[in-house]
Design a protein around this ligand. Sequence first.
Ligand code: FPP
Length: 240
Amino acid sequence: MPVPRHVAIIMDGNGRWAQARGQPRTAGHKAGVKPVRSCIESCIRAGVGALTLFAFSSENWARPGDEVSSLMGLFVEALDAEVDDLHANGVRLRIIGDRSALSVRLQSRIAAVEARTAANTGLQLQIAVSYGGRWDILQATRQLAARCASGALRPADIDEGAFAGALALGDVPDPDLFIRTGGEKRISNFLLWNLAYTELYFTDVLWPDFDAEGFGAALDYFASRSRRFGQTAEQRKGSA
Ligand code: FPP
């Protein structure tokens, strides 16, 4: 059975999950930590090489202040609570996104966790925080433009490979499988460049309820897809 090399997930539905229980939205975010752990375990078990989770978008800063600060607190807590286990399981953890917008406390936690797990060769785990696909394309463009301005790069040498390499996931293969929980069928400014040929899987299950079985159903969906990358099925058979 084909297994995706890289899975990217929009973890949606925490707020609705909590509201359905008469609880504050922040309770839904707290309940969202367990499925994060379960997805990481499922990826390790299934042999998925990379996992990227959308935890907080560039647009999420517009949420009520108490929800934003509760989420930021939750990220610090989760990093502290999980780092030993992640490291013991050979996971390399990196945060992608605009770090300058994060508190100094969170930035220093991130730097410490990244340094500790940097040499790990197991699951490559990326958590997108203060991330937007358009932000990513712009920061890559700025990097390449700066290199052109300094004479290190010629505009003619900016091809797909050079551009992809300047993106936040420059050293990770494009996602093979995208999962969005919570019922919406949108990309919501996630990995805009990287998702060009990704198989898209949407489920109504709210993120706090997304368990190993739900993840398994997404892997089954992926295995059932015929991926053609713009070619005909016959051409792909010939190149397989
Ligand atoms: C979307 O649900 C979820 C978020 C904006 C936060 C995601 C955060 C977690 C799952 C917490 C744990 C994460 C890590 C990395 C430890 P929503 O609030 O938009 O839900 P709604 O659509 O029902 O309102």
